[in-house]
Structures are given as C-alpha cells and as structure tokens.
Design a protein around this ligand. Structure first.
Ligand SMILES: Nc1nc2c(ncn2[C@@H]2O[C@H](COP(=O)(O)OP(=O)(O)O)[C@@H](O)[C@H]2O)c(=O)[nH]1
Ligand SMILES: [Mg+2]
Ligand SMILES: [Zn+2]
Ligand SMILES: [Zn+2]
Length: 399
C-alpha cells in the first residue's frame, strides 16, 4: 500500500497505519508522550484514536474509545502530529528550503509565498494556501505566516526577528500547499529552525531524514559570504553569525555527509533537484561599480526580472533560467579569487546530478537597521519554479 511522509517527523508511514485524534472538545485531555517528545515540550491533548480499518484505501475516520465520537482528524502514527488530510489522500511532493544561519531563509519564504500568490496564475494557475492544520490555532501555518512572516515584512516593513535557537525544542514546520487542477498537490515545507543543522557533517546526522525524504531543495547562500564580495562591500564579520570561511559549506557538507559512513545509504539526496541560490543579490546589482564583472547577464546592473513577471508574458521560459545559471557561473569565476569559484562549481557539478544556480533578492535592497525601505523582490520564484518543473509539475512552458 502507498506510503506517505510525515511533514513533521519526516518518517514514512503506510496509509493503512494512520491514526486519528479525538476532535470532541468535551473529551478528556492528557499528555501525548510521542508529540511531547518530538517538540521537546509537553502537549496536553485529546486521545489518540485508532482508525476504523477499511478493506481498500486509507481509513477515513476513527471512533474515540473514551467518548465514542467519530473523528476525521488525521495524525502521524509515529509522532502524533496532525497531518493535512489532503497530504494523506493525495500524497504530494515535498520541497525543502535549507541554508546556513542568516542566509535569508525566513525573509525568502515570506516573500516567496506572497510572490506565488501574485504570479501563480501566470505559471499555470497555481494556487497556494497556508495550512490551517495544527493542534492549536497559534501553531498553524496560517496564523504564524501572518504573525511572524507576512505581518512584519509587508505590514510593518521590518525584517523578521531572527529565529532563536531553543535548546531541545522544535518549532513545527511551516506547511504551504500548492495546488493545481488535475495534479497532486506540492507541499512546501519550511523548518524555520536556526539553521545550525548544516554547520558540520556531524550536525547533519540527526536531521538527515529531512533531506532523505524531501523531493527537491532550495539551498540559500548569502552572496556576501563570498570572501571577495565581503571585502568589496566592506561587510564586517560581525554581521555574520557563522564564521565559516567557505561560502559553499552547506552544499559541501551535504556532499561529504553522503560520502560518509553514516550517510552513504542516503546518497540518493545527491540525485534530487537542487537549486543553489546566491541570495541577497541586490548587494551585487546595487553596487555594480565595485565588482570586476559590472553586469552579470540577467541579474546584474541591468537586472532583468523573471520572464513570467514581465508585462504581457504568460508562462515560463526555461532559457531564462539557463541564462541566469550561466551568469552565476561567470560571476563565481570572476569574483572569487584563487579559483575558489571554480572549485565550488566543480564540487557541485561533480556531485549533484540535477542542480542549477540562481540569483535572488527577496527585499531588493539592503534594509537599514531592520527597516525595509522599498520592497522590490527580484527573481524569488525562479528556484521554486525550476524545482516544480524538474519534479514534472505541469507548468505553462513557453520555450
Ligand atoms: N540586502 C538584503 N538583505 C537581506 C535580504 N533578505 C534578508 N536580508 C538580511 O538578512 C538577515 C537575515 O535574514 P533571515 O531571513 O532572518 O535569515 P535566516 O536566518 O536564514 O532565516 C535579515 O535580517 C536582513 O537583514 C535581501 O533580500 N537583501
Ligand atoms: Mg530564520
Ligand atoms: Zn474522545
Ligand atoms: Zn510524524
């Protein structure tokens, strides 16, 4: 029978094994040990309810042994988190957004969702919804998207608070569902944890299941992490929370993990679509004069936004992505001294079978003391659109 992946604990389960949670507000509540363990804090909830088995297909409901009421609230049989029923019925792909601390992940996701709402219709009538599924309203993506992401950036015009590292505690992921008529949904799952899971190969081991069970990745790199860019822009080291001198350390650690004894069995990670994104590219095109390469084709001084965002355009040009990819390759070669750009390109291309480089800027400008002046997102949807295309999602392709 079909398998599904839980977007909370990333453990596969068989459809026939799903469980339910009692939804009767008057039923008893007690500590759910599994969920408390996953989240690192106590969860007092209604009982876990076994599924009413069906001969074929996924169970549809369960009957609470305590209050004898029917419940349709699906939970993961491993961690007991609520899982969107859609995800269980239809399956669907998972795209994960990864990157080091302060690479810009939180800002990127916020702007990505908003851009998808605005331009999804041009890509092939894609709709996007923040999931409302959670044990409490405050934990749902819908609520948190509004409070933590959309609110600060689009309403208050400030950068969101950095994600704090909470010892032993896990925040539930943000889950967005992208839907299109006649196609299984795609789930964009974003773990807004502090990002330290990639700081070394050893740090990756406990979280490797997130990589193994994702279908594609968007890997963000702060372009200012490149030493020569940092020097030219006079960026102080203090503005980086991590001091890894290698801007490519996240993809490199993934490669090394897949070659290690612990990771060998998971080497399929390297075959999945991997969008490698130089993020905060506004720092380059707004300061073009200090760089050797004054105009990076498509994304430099004469920045040209994604084809599908242009007036009158309707659909995706794959050649548009190819052009940006070529632009990033020449940028890396030109702007990284001592052939470090070449080295990075070689490591990536010798190990990932399906990758592409992108340049993005969610804000379009450097915020000043946390205040966003002119929000002007640039090419933020490109990596996602490319991943969807690689996963066989039906898009309006015009060349
Ligand atoms: N110049 C510029 N700075 C950005 C952009 N996006 C994020 N930043 C800066 O990077 C900081 C960290 O971003 P954040 O999304 O919190 O990083 P995270 O730790 O990866 O989630 C923000 O507070 C901003 O100052 C951008 O598009 N352009
Ligand atoms: Mg963050
Ligand atoms: Zn009950
Ligand atoms: Zn689970």
């Amino acid at each position: 029978m079909a398998q599904r992946i839980c977007p909370h604990c990333y453990t596969p389960f068989e459809l026939k094994d799903i469980l339910f949670r009692c939804s009767n507000p008057d039923c008893v509540s007690r500590r759910d040990d599994r969920l408390s363990e996953l989240l690192g804090e106590d969860r007092i909830l209604h009982p876990v309810v076994p599924a009413k088995k069906k001969l074929f297909g996924a169970p549809e409901y369960g009957i609470c042994p305590e209050c004898h009421q029917k419940t349709y609230k699906v939970i993961c049989p491993h961690c007991h988190s609520q899982v969107p029923a859609h995800m269980v019925e239809e399956g669907g792909k998972i795209i994960s957004i990864i990157g080091a601390q302060s690479a810009g992940k939180t800002v990127f996701v916020s702007v990505l969702i908003e851009e998808l709402m605005r331009y999804g219709y041009k890509l092939g009538d894609i709709g996007v919804m923040a999931s409302s599924i959670a044990d409490t309203v405050e934990e749902s993506t819908q609520y948190r998207y509004n409070e933590e992401l959309y609110g600060p950036i689009y309403r208050d015009k400030v950068t969101p608070q950095p994600t704090e590292r909470r010892e032993g505690k896990k925040r539930p992921p943000f889950i967005f569902e992208m839907c299109q008529k006649g196609q299984p949904s795609v789930f964009l799952v974003f773990y807004d944890n502090a990002g330290e899971s990639f700081h070394s190969v050893a740090d990756m081991v406990p979280d490797a299941k997130y990589l193994v069970h994702s279908d594609a990745f968007i890997c963000l790199i702060d372009v200012q992490q490149i030493q020569d860019v940092k020097n030219k822009l006079n960026v102080s080291d203090a503005s980086f929370k991590i001091h890894n001198p290698d801007f490519g350390f996240v993809p490199n650690n993934i490669i090394q993990y897949c070659q290690s004894d612990e990771g060998k069995a998971n080497a399929s990670i390297l075959k999945k679509p991997m969008a490698i994104v130089l993020n905060k590219f506004d720092r380059i095109y707004n300061n073009a004069s200090v760089f050797n390469m004054q105009d990076v084709p498509g994304i430099g001084k004469n920045r040209v936004d994604s084809f599908f965002k242009q007036k009158g355009a309707n659909g995706v040009k794959r050649s548009d992505f190819d052009q940006v990819h070529a632009g990033i390759v020449s940028f890396l070669r030109e702007e990284c001294m001592e052939a470090k750009g070449n080295n990075f390109i070689n490591n990536v291309s010798n190990n990932f079978t399906d990758f592409k480089f992108f340049g993005t800027s969610p804000l379009g400008d450097e915020p000043v003391d946390g205040a966003i002046g002119n929000l002007n997102p640039f090419r933020v949807l490109d990596p996602l659109v490319w991943c969807l295309d690689e996963l066989g999602y039906k898009l309006n392709i015009v060349d």
